[in-house]
Design a binder for this molecule. Structure first.
Ligand code: G3P
Length: 217
């Protein structure tokens, strides 16, 4: 499963990129607003930090303007992936852009039928929002299971990008289901490294090693 980080915070991206485990970045208008940065400037910086896809979202709601915005955004770097909302105009834009060889991430997906439409529109990624699904009394992971089943039934190439990830259990469940990608806030990715027994084990080994008086170097 690929790991994308869901942020426009340059320092957080730099830190995670240095682990060698980061496969891409997702942003959205709220994350750009939170960063306080100029959208195009920060996107260009992010694209230099990672080799993989960097999702940059259009903000227009009509197809013609989405295409114009996409034209500006995709010129920023070769690894820009245009993010469009799951609407009729969004999917029209998806179909047009993917036909031209541009990566497209279809966002704000809350049903398996919506995911089916995005795959038919040739989306590179579909982003079902599991956390927001959970918030509204549904099980976000049921949605991922349904999409996996449908995409496998028809061998769709669209990658399932689990979004709105709130905790490490979401990551585990996404991996068990066989999602292609997950995008999570930096904190959730850092939490994946942690286990109390790992920390306790290191503490014990360090204490015993110090008692030997030896040094490796
Ligand atoms: O990738 C989508 C994500 O940014 C939404 O997350 O936590 O705002 O539901 P959240």
């Amino acid at each position: 499963m690929k790991f994308f980080v869901d942020t426009a915070d340059i320092e957080a991206i730099r830190e995670l990129a240095a682990t060698g485990l980061l496969d891409g970045v997702t942003t959205n208008p709220s994350l750009i607003a939170k960063s306080g940065r100029d959208f195009k400037e920060v996107t260009a910086e992010i694209c230099k930090l990672v080799d993989g896809p960097v999702s940059a979202e259009v903000v227009a709601l009509d197809h013609a303007t989405m295409m114009k915005e996409a034209e500006v955004l995709r010129k920023i770097a070769d690894n820009v992936c245009i993010k469009v909302p799951l609407t009729v105009d969004g999917l029209k834009t998806c179909k047009a852009l993917t036909g031209e060889g541009t990566m497209v991430n279809v966002t704000l997906c809350f049903s398996a039928n919506q995911a089916l439409l995005a795959a038919k529109a040739g989306a590179s990624f579909i982003s079902p929002f599991v956390g927001r699904h959970d918030d509204n009394g549904f099980d976000g992971m049921d949605l991922i299971e349904d999409i996996r089943l449908i995409y496998d039934n028809y061998s769709f190439a669209t990658e399932i990008l689990v979004a709105s990830v709130r905790h490490t259990t979401h990551v585990l469940q996404a991996a068990k289901i066989g999602a292609d990608v997950m995008t999570a806030p930096p904190k959730v990715i850092h939490d994946l490294f942690k286990h109390v027994l790992t920390e306790k084990g290191i503490e014990g080994f360090m204490k015993d090693w110090a008692g030997t008086g030896q040094s490796i170097l």
